[in-house]
Design a protein around this ligand. Structure first.
Ligand code: ACO
Length: 326
């Protein structure tokens, strides 16, 4: 049995935070942020908006595209590292907001690779025959875990959500050809939120130490991300006997324009075959590839029969790719 993406959707909060505004918050410049990352602005959730609210809007957008009702879904997988609460899962909160009570709902935590980990999980469940209409959502409210006094991280992140609906298909000429997921926990401390879990429970001390915010050794992450992603995309294409010249569109995780360019160069892709929206949203972690995929579909960048490659790298470390024949 094959699995097909039958609908996409996304949502980005209204509030825009530009590089010029960030210049007033921390010691940075539009020039530094643009040159080093490609980011010009990012979306920030309202004070009363949490991850499930953004996910809810993206889910409605995908259901609308599919002409489906929430009741039709039999599984909801939410990929996030910035969920509403420690428990229950954001997927359960979303299930309730949608009224999708025929669906089992659970979260996946694989940081920026989370959406593709979710796709891979959904494909496996659908292939067993037990589930038929699965929604996968990548959502982040990173602004609520960002240290707005740390210029090395606060310029990078943004909030948003993207969703897809997956269904079984007999059509070998239009399906997800493969998903590859990987992890290496030895690098956990290069990118993490140390406080608030069972290792370092919340206390006045952890608050004082700003331990509840994202910490990243960006330069070290950068070098490993570039190398890992180059190998990942080559391996994924090779496994599927697809030559890079046959690839219609690369949809990379939008973490850094220089990382995206390195991967594109490795595959010898011209800019028109690489989807980039980092300038508008920054790094939205698990939401990034899902939002980009929806925008690519809605703007006509993907046509039936196209080979589309999704890839991501994130905390854990985790990395993942999915090759789709659209
Ligand atoms: N404005 C101005 N200067 C800055 C800023 C800023 N916002 N941030 C850092 N700098 C300075 C540094 O202090 C340093 O100064 P120094 O040379 O005097 O020490 C200099 O700029 C260079 O800093 P680097 O960290 O070496 O800069 P780099 O070119 O590596 O860019 C960046 C930093 C953008 C973070 C990059 O390393 C990167 O993108 N890393 C990968 C991020 C990623 O892919 N993460 C994984 C996914 S995220 C997730 O899973 C949630």
């Amino acid at each position: 049995m094959k699995v097909k993406i039958t609908a996409t959707g996304s949502y980005s909060p209204e509030k825009i935070l530009t590089n010029a505004e960030l210049e007033k918050i921390v010691d940075t410049t539009d020039e530094w942020i643009t040159d080093r990352t490609g980011i010009k602005e990012r979306r920030i959730a309202a004070e009363n908006q949490c991850a499930s609210d953004l996910a809810h809007q993206a889910a409605l957008s995908a259901l609308n595209s599919a002409c489906m009702k929430p009741d039709d879904l039999d599984m909801i997988i939410v990929a996030t590292v910035t969920g509403d609460m420690q428990l229950p899962s954001t997927a359960c909160v979303l299930q309730s907001k949608l009224g999708a009570f025929n669906a089992v709902a659970f979260d996946v935590n694989a940081a920026c690779s989370g959406f593709i980990f979710g796709l891979s999980t959904a494909c496996s469940y659908i292939k067993t025959g037990a589930y038929k209409k699965v929604m996968v959502i990548g959502v982040e409210c990173l602004s609520k875990f960002t240290d707005w006094e740390d210029r090395t991280t606060c310029v990078l992140f943004g909030d948003g959500a993207g969703a897809v609906i997956l269904e079984p298909s007999d059509d070998e000429s239009s399906c997800i050809l493969s998903t590859d997921i990987h992890s290496d926990g030895r690098f956990a401390e290069l990118l993490y939120v140390p406080g608030g879990g069972s290792m370092m429970p919340a206390s006045p001390e952890t608050l004082k130490d700003r331990a509840h915010y994202v910490k990243m050794k960006g330069n070290e992450v950068f070098k490993i991300a570039v190398k890992t992603l180059e190998n990942l995309v080559i391996d994924t294409l090779k496994k599927n006997n697809v030559d890079p010249s046959e690839l219609s569109l690369l949809i990379p995780h939008q973490a850094n324009m220089r990382i995206i360019q390195a991967t594109a160069t490795r595959l010898n892709l011209t800019p028109d075959r690489v989807f980039v929206n980092i300038e508008k949203y920054g790094n939205t972690s698990a939401a990034s590839v899902a939002i980009a995929l929806d925008e690519a579909v809605k703007t006509g960048r993907i046509k039936k029969g196209d080979y589309v490659l999704l890839e991501a790298f994130g905390a854990g470390f985790t990395w993942a790719a999915a090759l789709i024949k659209w």
